[in-house]
Design a protein around this ligand. Structure first.
Ligand SMILES: O=C(O)CCC(=O)C(=O)O
Ligand SMILES: [Fe+2]
Length: 272
């Protein structure tokens, strides 16, 4: 059945931290997007190597931009976004939009994280960003992100309801800290099967975690402040559009805070 908006989308977004617009991408557009995604995969592996997680931003590369523009203009999708968020929200700014891809050679996973908060040294977050991150995690204009699956995609895991929570549970911290970056990300594993199962164990160890299961043509809107991770295997083809969904003010804020983060990291380095 084609996509139908209901108030459950709004309720889920607030209570779980995510909602799925099932089947919202029209079939002909899905065909066009898959064609461009195949080219994106080739480019990503040339640029980043066989384990490339993404190509981003789309606008920077020699790719047919038209299907992404059509995707950005889909009235039904924009309407659904506006009803869950606000009429000021937009997506598919191709200077930001990326595409997530499966690795070519071996399984790997990211660590459990809450975006931005866990993307910098602890001291930098505490001194420079804690206060704004806290209020932004309750604010509808901020911290919205999307995954739009062009193929079936169960790679993202999330902890429902963790998005508005400020304090992490001891079990959440332990689950995050069980990450071994060399093993799960940087080194070729002894066996792909063992690595796949070890990554699954790592993902499952997070209290309350669920696998976000998307099918081809589904669009997930989620709070990036929720605990989440990506878990990848080479045998499952992945092409999932990954994007921020924001207001013009949030977009400007993202650029500005990247500069503030760099400055704060330099300040910390020179103080130690
Ligand atoms: O692959 C995914 O869906 C999640 C990726 C992610 O959370 C990240 O790279 O920050
Ligand atoms: Fe993330």
């Amino acid at each position: 059945m084609s996509f139908q908006f209901t108030e459950k989308h709004i309720a889920d977004y607030h209570t779980l931290g995510y909602t799925i617009f099932q089947d919202i991408i029209p079939t002909t557009l899905l065909t066009d997007l898959r064609r461009v995604a195949d080219k994106a995969r080739e480019i990503a592996r040339k640029v980043t190597g066989p384990q490339a997680q993404r190509l981003q931003p789309i606008a920077k590369y020699d790719l047919d931009q038209r299907p992404f523009k059509n995707y950005g203009e889909l009235p039904e999708l924009n309407d659904a976004i506006h009803r869950v968020l606000t009429p000021h929200h937009y997506h598919a700014d191709l200077d930001r939009t990326g595409i997530l891809l499966e690795p070519a050679e071996y399984p790997w996973c990211t660590d459990w994280h809450r975006d931005w908060r866990d993307h910098m040294p602890r001291e930098v977050f505490e001194s420079e960003f804690r206060e704004e991150w806290q209020w932004q995690s309750y604010h509808i204009d901020y911290q919205n992100q999307i995954n739009c699956a062009l193929y079936e995609d169960p790679s993202t895991w999330i902890v429902p309801g963790s998005h508005y929570r400020q304090r992490n549970l001891p079990g959440e911290i332990a689950a995050k800290n069980a990450y071994d970056r060399d093993k799960f990300r940087n080194q070729r594993p002894v066996s792909n099967e063992q690595q796949e199962r070890d990554c699954l164990d790592y993902a499952r160890n997070m209290p309350g975690a669920v696998q976000l299961r998307l099918n081809a043509g589904d669009f997930a809107l989620y709070r990036s402040s929720a605990w989440h991770l990506g878990n990848y295997v080479p045998y499952r083809k992945r092409a999932t559009i990954h994007d921020f969904c924001g207001t013009p003010e949030y977009s400007q804020h993202i650029d500005e805070r990247i500069e503030r983060k760099e400055t704060a990291i330099k300040r910390l380095a020179s103080a130690t």
